[in-house]
Design a protein. Structure first.
Length: 313
């Protein structure tokens, strides 16, 4: 059965013609990292550090943070990489000691990387802790900033990360970042597309609004065009561009993303096998045709139908 096929999948992921695709897990803490490391994943594409801060009323010390980060890096050893995301506080992720109170529009306010404009030390302590964790585990940490809007922000973040020997990247979650992905790539080593927020900001539809789910759908062709622009920019300079939003866990959409030139997909560990199985059933040429079909569609429903036709014939 299909279920048995999925359960038996052991990786590594390739298309049926042998093109490799990096499949990564999204994790939140040492326990989820240890569980993910047992499975067929190439590493972690998104370690959401804010989840570890949610319970605290005060900022964890550098030592406490270093312990936590080492606990996440450790299970992946030296041969699989972990991408740690710096604190993404604000809006849908309120953190007691970091979130700006009383904003009119918190989704458009001082959140994510923007918190460091006024208070750079919180970000700097996080980077210090990650450097210590990397040294302890003997690995080279990748680190990325959320909610980056401009190339200048990417440059500033990259400088801070490189100063500590960390490999810098930024998330593409704001349309401005996708449109100017080639500029961001002048400063960072990789990009990671957060389709949850990229969809929210492209469609101007709150990701938490249950009555707007037809708009907060990553199959929206406008969102996919921004993903395609970002992937093409990475391909042009030979730098990796991943997707770490919910879109990566949809097996058919995963084929579309690969067809656009996305090099890695990061998702809940439980979704990895189904995506690996689907990729193994299609050729690179089919993925490229699926991408073209989705980009040419007028709405998510038409995009899904056109892609199913290309992939399943
Ligand atoms: C995203 O926005 O797609 C993402 C991966 O980050 P988060 O869901 O944590 O905002
Ligand atoms: Mg996000």
């Amino acid at each position: 059965t299909a279920r048995a096929e999925v359960d038996a999948w052991t990786g590594p992921a390739t298309t049926s013609d042998g093109a490799p695709v990096t499949l990564l897990a999204n994790v939140a803490d040492p326990a989820s990292a240890a569980a993910a490391a047992e499975g067929p994943v190439d590493g972690v594409g998104l370690f959401r550090t804010e989840l570890a801060f949610l319970a605290s009323t005060t900022e964890p010390s550098v030592e406490e943070q270093a312990d936590l980060y080492a606990g996440v890096l450790g299970p992946f050893g030296t041969d699989r990489h972990v991408v740690t995301r710096t604190l993404d506080a604000g809006s849908d992720k309120p953190i007691a000691f970091a979130t700006m109170p009383d904003e009119e529009n918190p989704a458009l306010g001082v959140r994510g990387y923007r918190l460091s404009f006024d208070k750079p030390d919180l970000l700097e302590r996080q980077l210090d802790a990650l450097k210590i964790a990397g040294e302890r585990v003997g690995t080279h940490p990748w680190v990325m900033a959320p909610m980056i809007a401009t190339a200048d922000e990417a440059a500033d973040f990259a400088a801070k990360a490189r100063a500590r020997g960390l490999k810098p990247g930024v998330m593409v979650e704001i349309p401005s970042a996708a449109l100017l992905a080639h500029q961001l790539l002048e400063h960072v080593d990789f990009l990671s597309i957060g389709t949850n927020d990229l969809t929210q900001y492209t469609m101007a539809a709150d990701r938490m609004a249950t009555d707007l789910t037809h708009l907060t759908d990553p199959w929206q062709p406008a969102v996919l065009h921004l993903v395609a622009i970002t992937a093409a920019a990475g391909r042009a300079v030979g730098k990796s561009v991943g997707v770490c939003g919910e879109a990566a866990a949809d097996p058919q959409l995963a084929c579309v993303l690969v067809g656009m030139g996305v090099t890695s997909l990061s998702m809940a560990a439980a979704s990895v096998r189904a995506v690996g199985v689907q990729l193994g059933k299609v050729t690179t040429v089919q993925c490229e045709a699926a991408a073209e079909a989705a980009l040419g569609a007028g709405d998510p429903q038409a995009a899904r139908a056109a892609v199913r036709e290309v992939l399943e014939g």
